[in-house]
Design a protein around this ligand. Structure first.
Ligand SMILES: NC(=O)c1ccc[n+]([C@@H]2O[C@H](COP(=O)([O-])OP(=O)(O)OC[C@H]3O[C@@H](n4cnc5c(N)ncnc54)[C@H](OP(=O)(O)O)[C@@H]3O)[C@@H](O)[C@H]2O)c1
Length: 280
């Protein structure tokens, strides 16, 4: 099995470019054990970056993650997120402590502001700093930040310590390539692509099927391989079935050639001008 390549955070720490999402996990108790088992299969296959959030399943997803990583915390690069309504100076710290409890962990590796809300960014940053000082988080970052948000962040003291921007990015959502991606790349900040297969909605597209047919690969593998070929991009597909997990893992072995990329560009044209960041 080809190892999963890694990318660097600004701190120089490396993380795998293919991880696992957890949105919609932990919503129904009867599915929780199966969801944790699915995440464990992903861990066994090297997909050791797990993305969660206090929002998912109203904390239930973090509990599923706790089950999945029990006894193997050190293998995992754990990502979670604070909701904007909690992102005040005190609220962020309290939300993180609640998340740690649900995760059964003493630290979160990367803690993200889920999207911008009303609390001033400087207050959220102050809380992130305090959490780092106390060893409760190791890195902080943002999610759903467009270029103007990133510029505002970087103008704040310590704003340049941002380790990641997690945004909606897949073949059907290429707007970030115009300006946000270059902004992040210039500063060595990885882009974490969420909904990398558009929650399944893109998988019937003829171009994905045609490229897949050339390589004996599925449309999901083509969509993931397209993301994973790019420097500084981390993809976090969510999969609760073993078949999907194994298929996604195998996307690492799919190398798209120039003809494939041209066909995909034709079907999903890159942006020619600024588009506002989309979010789900
Ligand atoms: N920061 C944010 O605002 C934000 C927003 C959205 C998502 N996220 C994060 O990003 C993660 C991924 O995004 P997402 O969950 O929205 O969507 P996604 O990963 O694009 O798609 C997940 C859906 O696709 C299915 N699937 C997975 N692998 C497949 C395959 N190989 N073939 C066919 N279907 C497959 C899954 O089914 P099964 O589960 O049945 O396997 C699930 O229904 C989330 O779980 C979350 O951690 C963050």
């Amino acid at each position: 099995m080809t190892p999963i390549p890694a990318t660097r955070l600004p701190s120089s720490e490396t993380v795998p470019v293919l991880g696992q999402g957890t949105w919609y996990m932990g919503e129904q108790a009867r599915h929780a054990a199966g969801e944790a088992a699915a995440l464990r299969i992903g861990l066994d296959l090297g997909m050791t970056l797990i993305d969660s959030a206090e929002m998912y399943g109203n904390g239930g997803a973090e509990e599923v993650v706790a089950d999945a990583i029990a006894g193997r915390r050190d293998e995992v690069f754990l990502v979670s997120k604070v909701l904007p309504e909690n992102a005040s100076r005190k609220g962020t710290v309290a939300a993180c402590e609640r998340s740690l409890k649900r995760l059964g962990a003493d630290r979160i590796d990367l803690y993200l502001l889920h999207w911008r809300g009303s609390p001033p960014l400087a207050d959220t940053l102050a809380a992130f700093d305090a959490l780092i000082r106390d060893g409760k988080i190791r890195h902080w970052g943002v999610s759903n930040f467009d270029t103007d948000d990133m510029e505002e962040l970087f103008a704040l003291p310590g704003g340049d310590q941002c380790a990641c921007n997690q945004v909606l990015y897949n073949l059907t959502r290429r707007g970030i390539e115009f300006d946000l991606m270059p902004f992040c790349r210039e500063r060595g900040i990885p882009v974490m692509a969420y909904s990398p297969i558009e929650q399944g909605r893109m998988l019937n597209h003829a171009a994905l099927k045609a490229v897949g047919a050339r390589h004996d690969a599925t449309p999901a593998q083509v969509a993931l391989a397209w993301l994973l070929r790019q420097d500084g991009v981390i993809a976090i597909p969510k999969a609760a079935s073993e078949k999907h997990i194994r298929e996604n893992r195998a996307a690492i072995d799919l190398l798209l050639d120039a003809d494939d990329l041209a066909a995909l560009d034709k079907a999903f044209p890159p942006p020619k001008r600024k588009r506002s960041l989309e979010m789900l």
